[in-house]
Ligand binder design. Sequence first.
Ligand code: SAM
Length: 278
Amino acid sequence: MALTGSAFETAHPARVYDHFLGGKTNYAIDRAAGDQVLAVWPGARQAARANRAFMHRAVRILAQAGVHQFLDIGTGIPTEPNLHQIAQQTAPKARVVYVDKDPLVLAHADAWMRSTPEGRTGYVEADITTDVDRILTEAADFLDFGQPVAVSLIALLHFVPDDHDAHGIVARLLAPLPPGSALVISHGTEDFDPEVMRRVAAVYRNSGIATQARSWTELSRFFTGLTLVTPPGIEAPHRWCPDPTDTPQRAPDLDAQIAMWAGVGVKRPQLRGRPRRG
Ligand SMILES: C[S@@+](CC[C@H](N)C(=O)[O-])C[C@H]1O[C@@H](n2cnc3c(N)ncnc32)[C@H](O)[C@@H]1O
C-alpha cells in the first residue's frame, strides 16, 4: 500500500514525541523531523522521559490529595503507564477525559478504554485553540464539575503560540471548575539554552509545526490566581517533587538538556462576604 495523505506527508507533534520516547506509532516524516531535533537538541529524549515522570508524580500527588477527575489535553499517543492508570492506582474510581487534536491519537485510544471497572475514561478529539467550549461541554458528560478536576496541559502549550491567546484559553478552561481543582503544566523554555531552543523551533517551523518557548515568568502567568504546590512551585520537571528514592539532580547541564519548566497550581476558594470589623 502506498503511504499517501497528510498523515504521512507532514510531521505531527504527537508522533515526533512518540519517536523521542522510543514508540512505534510514528512515520518516516516524523522520524526525520525528530532526528533533526535530536541533532540540535540531544537532550530531547531525556526531556520526554523527564516530562512523563513529572506527569506520573503530579497525577499521583493530586490523586492522593483527593482530586479524582482529570481533563488531560494534548494527551499524545498512549504510552504506558497512561495518566488514568496512574490516577486509578491511587483512586480506582478516578475518571479521566483525554483530549487531542490529532486523529491518529484517537486511532490508538482503545488503550485508554482499559479503565478500572469503577473508573471511567473518555476521549474528545478537539483543538484547544478553537474548541474550548466543546471540550468543556463534552468533558462535563464524563466529569462532575461540582467536584475538583485537574486540567493537565503537559508538553502542550509550547504548541500554542500567543497569537492563539494561550493564557486566555487556560483561564477559560479553569473558569467553570470548583475550588480544589488543579492546573498541571509542563512547557519548553529558552531560559537555560536559548540558542539550542531557537534551533529546535526552526526545525519544527520547517516541518510545519508552530512552537513558542516560554520563560519562567511567562509560565507563572498561567497560574495567576492559583496556589502553587510548594515547594517546589515552578521547577524543572526532574526536580519537581522528586520521589524520595531519586538522586538529587541539580546539574546545570541537565537543566539545559531538559529545557522545560513544570508546575501544579490549585484553585483557591473564592472569598465571600465582607471582612468583619475589629
Ligand atoms: C509533545 S506531545 C505531549 C503528549 C503528552 N501530554 C505527554 O506529555 O506525554 C503534545 C501533544 O499535544 C497535541 N496538540 C498539539 N497542539 C494541540 C492543540 N492545539 N489542541 C489539542 N492538542 C494539541 C499533539 O497532537 C500531541 O499529542
